[in-house]
Design a binder for this molecule. Structure first.
Ligand code: DOR
Ligand code: ZN
Ligand code: ZN
Length: 443
């Protein structure tokens, strides 16, 4: 049977190695992978010009906003940024306005997203009560809890957390944590509010706040529940997670590119753009995080793409600045630059940005494999360029990485076999992506 399209003349990333060949796509799926001579005939053949063909990346931590926060980002701009950055699947966070705290709210959100997305998107909710955990079972990927600034009415005492974790585990769902101790942070924030310096932000979010929260979550966990820690940024919490992983299996964690490649020593020149939560740590810690990622003590990279308007990022005093930066369009080139420098293997990068996030979140994606959805990116590892936030598809057109020289240009992004991003342009209409629910896409 002829295929819908053959991509030929590429270097395929297969089981950790690069192999010359091509891919056949039929019905949005990878029908065949192999040498060009083994592919079925097709009326449409795309010459890959020896570009790398990698699995589409999976980012389990993106704030796509939309709804009342569309001025910061909407589903089309955010998923366009994803496609331009090589991400074909995202998991969206629930701290929107209105907040996604129930199955009903999630249904409404999905209806809006469905018409706008150009990559695949799954969703977390932050339940307003324990009943919503069960009600959202058929819709949500998992439950996201922010311990520093609760996003819903759910009480976050130990007993409720334990019940939430138990309930989620019983229905085979994960719980995802922003682990920072809320009480400690608000006490310190009040203490340093008088001091105008941006340094006060760091003092209000010390690594100990992360360590305490991680320890607390680990104390509440039930054997059967998958727990995922977002954006780990302290040596103490890394240690706690390492020990916990040795005792029980279902604990995973993530690091952001900004915690890997930026440190607070140089942050003053970025002003409000340097504010993210958790905050940047020092250079030594960034190095430790990179080494932990290499050694798999940190499982995956998550961008924590958290767009805000540039006006909001320029506000003073420091405690008014919303934390977060856009990350979808810089993550892969930053990591590939380290591959080029010989600091990390391509295998580890693809594992951490595609294979393992898909595995942890139960997605049948993240690998170039016959039968999988044809989420594929073509990348030029030799093309050097400078990060330029003025050409971001994200509405947040700023980045502390601006001007940084990188390699690894994303040339084409295919989502479910459709060419969505082609040489600096989005070429598919809004709505080309798929809404992921446990029914249609989870393993
Ligand atoms: O930097 C951050 N930005 N950290 C968070 O936990 C929230 C996020 C956001 O939504 O802006
Ligand atoms: Zn967070
Ligand atoms: Zn986040």
């Amino acid at each position: 049977m002829p295929s819908d399209m053959n991509i030929v003349g590429v270097k395929l990333y297969l089981q950790g190695k690069l192999t010359e060949g091509g891919v056949s796509i039929s019905d949005g799926k990878i029908a065949k992978i192999g040498k060009e001579s083994t592919l079925p005939p097709s009326s449409k053949t795309l010459q890959g010009h020896r570009l790398l063909a990698l699995p589409g990346l999976v980012d389990v931590h993106a704030h796509l906003r939309d709804l009342e926060l569309s001025y910061k980002e909407d589903y089309f701009s955010g998923t366009s940024a994803a496609a331009a950055g090589g991400f074909t699947t995202l998991i969206d966070m629930p701290n929107t306005s209105p907040v996604t705290d129930s199955a009903e709210r999630l249904r409404e959100k999905m209806d809006i997203a469905r018409r706008k997305i150009v990559v695949n998107v799954g969703f977390n909710i932050v339940p307003s009560n324990l009943e919503e955990v069960t009600k959202a079972k058929e819709l949500a990927v998992g439950y996201k809890i922010n311990l520093v600034k609760p996003w819903s009415d759910l009480s976050l005492d130990d007993s409720t957390l334990t019940s939430l974790i138990n309930r989620a585990g019983l229905i085979g769902k994960m719980v995802i944590f922003h682990a920072e101790d809320g009480a400690m942070v608000s006490r310190l924030e009040n203490e340093f509010k008088e001091n105008a310096s941006i340094q006060s932000y760091y003092r209000a979010h010390p690594p100990e706040a992360e360590d305490v929260a991680v320890a607390r979550v680990l104390g509440c966990t039930a054997e059967q529940t998958k727990i995922h820690f977002c954006h780990i940024s302290s040596v103490g919490s890394l240690r706690l997670i390492k020990t916990a992983k040795q005792q029980r299996k279902k604990i995973t964690c993530e690091v952001t590119p900004h915690h890997l490649f930026l440190s607070r020593e140089r942050a003053s020149k970025w002003g409000g753009i340097s504010i993210m939560d958790p905050p940047l740590r020092n250079r030594e810690v960034a190095k430790r995080l990179f080494s932990a990622l290499k050694k798999r003590a940190i499982d995956i990279v998550g961008t924590d793409h958290a767009p805000h308007s540039i006006g909001e990022k320029a506000q003073l005093p420091w405690w008014k600045i919303p934390p977060g930066i856009p990350g979808l369009e810089t993550a892969l080139p930053l990591l590939l630059t380290e591959v080029k420098r010989g600091n990390i293997s391509l295998k580890r990068v693809i594992e951490a940005m595609a294979e393992t996030p898909a595995e942890i979140f139960g997605l049948n994606r993240g690998k170039l494999k016959e039968g999988n959805p044809a989420d594929i990116i073509l990348v030029d590892l030799n093309r050097r360029f400078k990060i330029d936030s003025s050409i971001f598809f994200s509405k947040a057109k700023y980045s502390p990485f601006d001007g940084r020289g990188v390699v690894g240009k994303i040339v084409k992004t295919f989502v479910g076999g459709k060419l969505v991003f082609d040489e600096n342009r989005i070429v598919e209409a809004p709505g080309a992506g798929t809404i992921l629910t446990p029914k249609n896409t989870w393993a």
